[in-house]
Write a protein that binds this ligand. Structure first.
Ligand code: G3P
Length: 485
């Protein structure tokens, strides 16, 4: 346990100017485990005045941090990575209890985060600007020398989601810090304790006071206030498309990076290795019960392919282990009852409209068993809506062009997969898909984390990926020297 992060009654505090502080509101939010409803701890509901204070403090700290040599920034980040590795089990156990992620995936989230931060530090060491000579342009001269460097934007607001409260907080914080920014972290209420542990690691690694502050509280109470705060210079948000859209509308001139929802399609062609495809799709659709923006959320295939694929999928889905995330399972209880009700609503709608239930449609409170529907038609909600749960529809198409058409009719545009051995067909499809990333012969996924990751349409704005994130959270600064030579 990190010193002062919480008291004996498990009341967690916020990081402010290097210290763990309680809110003067005396308002607390209970965090209960999605696994068994047990109270894990309480977090502070901060006031708007405390948001002001936290931002003002990052501004003050930012003056020195922007001037801190890169080798010192990278040293601190490397220390964070080292501490995360050392505290991996402890933080993974918090993830299991707080967001119900299975233990293996929780450990992997923490280790991936350590690797992400290390990679960011290494990249920081080799970040350079450039110089341009004026004589390249007609009429110019060598007397003009242009120096281009990247400078910080100021205070970055990092808003992380419940499904990766450590990794998707760190993937905002680390590139922002390397770029010389300070950060205000707003973790999700369910996932806040995991996020505060991460902040504690940064603090313990020796990050100067105020370079990273945290605020916890209900989005409905402080969300709009912080997002429209004049002290915020960049908003880096991961969450639902609805909230992302709302932020776009209210944030006016503040630059944004948004990672939102998806309805990633897997288009499977006749010549694909169906046994491998089935394995990949099941992993892609059902890991962490489908609570990932890059989960496979629909299969588009012809009758010929679907007839062969369905029994393979059924066998693998029914072999998935279901239950307590402390054990070696894939299917875990969803984050809350409301999410489970929403997923059940999609299942009920598909059943009423005549989809073929291949397996599933079983529920115990917020635990939804893995469900597969065949013969889903475009009038069904599950054809278009993102379940963020373990439900996968198969939409049968007449040919590749219909698959592309249905894929593109989605409001979302995160990733899509194309499974085929024919590289020409793969490119024919990939070029037409309106998404940020197309995976050929693999499930959708964000990593490796230095690859560019982006969504179009309702799936996001801006490009993430370690180098790309540093670039997004810095700007050019140009100094032109007019020499007398
Ligand atoms: O849902 C969050 C998104 O970033 C998914 O990441 O690594 O599960 O593909 P990943």
């Amino acid at each position: 346990m990190f010193k002062n992060l919480c008291n004996e009654e498990k009341i967690y505090k916020n990081l402010y100017n290097g210290e763990w502080v309680e809110s003067s509101t005396n308002k607390l939010i209970e965090v209960k485990s999605p696994v068994d409803g047990q109270l894990i701890g309480k977090i502070q509901a901060v006031s708007k005045e405390e948001v002001d204070k936290a931002i003002a403090n990052t501004k003050e700290a930012g003056k020195a941090w922007a001037k801190t040599p890169m080798y010192e920034r990278t040293k601190i980040l490397n220390k964070v990575a080292e501490l995360l590795d050392a505290r991996c089990e402890e933080i993974a156990d918090i993830l299991v209890a707080e967001i119900g992620k299975d233990k293996r995936s929780s450990v992997s989230e923490v280790k991936r985060t350590a690797d992400y931060i290390r990679f960011t530090a290494n990249l920081g060491e080799s970040l350079e600007g450039e110089s341009l000579s004026g004589d390249r342009f007609p009429g110019g001269s060598k007397k003009k020398l242009c120096l281009v460097e990247r400078v910080p934007l100021g205070t970055v607001l990092a808003i992380a989601p419940f499904n990766y409260p450590v990794n998707l907080a760190a993937s905002k914080i680390a590139p922002a810090l390397i770029g010389g920014n300070t950060v205000l972290l707003k973790p999700p209420s369910q996932g806040a304790i995991s996020g505060l542990y991460l902040a504690a690691v940064f603090n313990e690694a020796g990050l100067p006071k105020g370079v990273l502050n945290t605020i916890t509280g209900k989005g409905s109470e402080i969300g709009d206030y912080v997002v429209t705060h004049p002290g915020i210079d960049f908003i880096n948000f991961t969450g639902s498309s609805d909230v992302g859209q709302h932020i776009t509308e209210i944030s006016s001139k503040t630059p944004l990076m948004l990672e939102l929802g998806g309805k990633d399609a897997a288009i499977v062609l006749e010549d694909a290795d169906l046994e491998n495809v089935a394995e990949d799709i099941v992993l892609g659709a059902y890991s962490y019960s489908g609570q990932r923006c890059t989960a496979v959320k629909r299969i588009l295939a012809t009758n010929e392919v679907a007839d062969k694929l369905v029994p393979m999928l059924k066998e693998k889905i029914e072999a998935l282990k279901v239950g307590n995330p402390n054990e070696d399972v894939t299917i875990v209880p969803l984050i809350d009852d409301k999410s489970a009700d929403f997923v059940q609503g999609l299942i009920d709608d598909a059943m009423e409209k005549g989809a073929t239930l291949v397996t599933g449609n079983k529920r115990e409170k917020n635990l939804i068993y893995p469900t597969l529907f065949d013969n889903v038609t475009v009038d069904m909600r599950i054809a278009w809506e993102e379940p963020f749960g373990p439900v996968l529809p198969i939409i049968r198409v007449k040919d590749v062009d219909e698959a592309i058409d249905i894929a593109n009719r989605s409001e979302y545009g995160l990733q899509s997969s194309v499974f085929t051995k024919d590289i020409n067909k793969a490119f024919y499809i990939a070029k037409q898909l309106e998404v940020g990333v197309v995976q050929i012969n693999n499930k959708p996924e964000r990593g490796p984390d230095h690859f560019p990751f982006l969504g179009v349409k309702a799936s996001g704005m801006g490009t993430q990926g370690i180098g790309y994130s540093i670039e997004a959270m810095t700007r050019h600064k140009v100094i032109v020297m007019n020499l007398d030579i």
